[in-house]
Design a protein around this ligand. Sequence first.
Ligand SMILES: Cc1cc2nc3c(=O)[nH]c(=O)nc-3n(C[C@H](O)[C@H](O)[C@H](O)COP(=O)(O)OP(=O)(O)OC[C@H]3O[C@@H](n4cnc5c(N)ncnc54)[C@H](O)[C@@H]3O)c2cc1C
Length: 386
Amino acid sequence: MDFQFSAEQQELIQLVRKIARERVAPLAHQIDEREEIPAELFNTLRDAGLFGIAVPAEYGGTDMGILGLVLAVEEVSKYCCATGLLLLLTRLPLAAILYGGTEAQKRKYATGIAAGTLRGAFCLSEPDAGSDAANIQTRALRKGDKYVMNGTKCWISGAAHADFFTVAVKTDPAAGHKGMSVIIVEKGTPGLTVGKKEKKMGVRGLSVNQVIFEDCAVPAENLIGEENQGFKLIMKNLNAVRPVVAARGIGLAEGALTYWLGYGHERKTFGKPIVEHQGLQWMAADLAVDIEAARLLTYRAAMLVDQDKAGKESAHILSMAKYKATEVAVRTANDCLQMMGATGYMEDYPLARYVRDARQLTIVEGTSQIQKGLIARALIDGDLAW
Ligand SMILES: Cc1cc2nc3c(=O)[nH]c(=O)nc-3n(C[C@H](O)[C@H](O)[C@H](O)COP(=O)(O)OP(=O)(O)OC[C@H]3O[C@@H](n4cnc5c(N)ncnc54)[C@H](O)[C@@H]3O)c2cc1C
């Protein structure tokens, strides 16, 4: 076992660290307040090649895999969790296409994502089906050489800017999860509407919206993989992105603890800097241990995905990484706010934003409870090979 990053990975970390410090950090407060990522930052990330990190070289990416994306997302999320999500969205709507799509689909969408000319959104959740993904009601009915889609998706990240939508549908509702498929819908298709922008607690730089399909007819060739085989594809898609959500968590946690350290050297109580109070040192030490443990788990999870083990064989490790890192993010942000006193509670300082942003992470792409259910099932079934 080798805990060293390759020269290429180290170069990537240095590149993104510099961009994160110089370009992301100064904008993070504004991104939260104005609820948008400025075009200049989008262009900086694109020009640095960061949208193509997890895209194969034949489609214009740098082919550094999920581990590469994890390293980049960790760096930017130290300052801005919404920018971490922007990078995550280079993978979430693309994974099913890369796993199950045709060559033409891969060439079009992967190339567009890597170049920054296309943006995507992943549409699974519905008002009555979040965790219970197999219960989705959006219907796609085959009519000649088209699928006609009807239904409503909700809480869709990046929908407002998306050029294409990777949509989970029912093609055979009577068959339950065996009647699910995944279809690409392009922006501008008649019958597709990006609906209401939700007012949300955190990660305000990227909105979530409803996405509505009303007799929306798309070419049958927009189907990804085989009809009624979509459930496995969606699960593999979600599994493969879990380390990237985890990376948003560890980046956020590292950023929160680092911010507290800077503050804690300056702020004095009882005649000494607060970092010298043992009560706070023990809190900080616990957080540091948790962050380091979550990082290792996340890197391992990313390596498994890059070894094409995002299926059932390693799903529990990917769930562990997502569960651990996002819970660590919530706890770290909360404890660091506490360790700053009233200053931590004020929106002029970043900790309040970190607390609001962290709360998203334990809910999206499988809640902590769903992850624990998957881990427990693997444990009971004897899948944990120790
Ligand atoms: C900011 C944000 C961005 C999002 N972006 C996207 C996106 O881009 N695309 C997309 O498709 N979705 C997106 N979502 C939706 C997200 O994936 C769902 O919120 C998530 O899957 C949980 O579903 P739910 O909210 O319906 O909760 P529910 O499924 O209703 O769960 C409610 C509660 O019950 C618990 N629970 C449910 N079932 C079980 C069980 N079997 N055992 C134990 N506990 C259980 C859950 O953990 C939760 O605490 C986003 C959500 C948010 C908040």
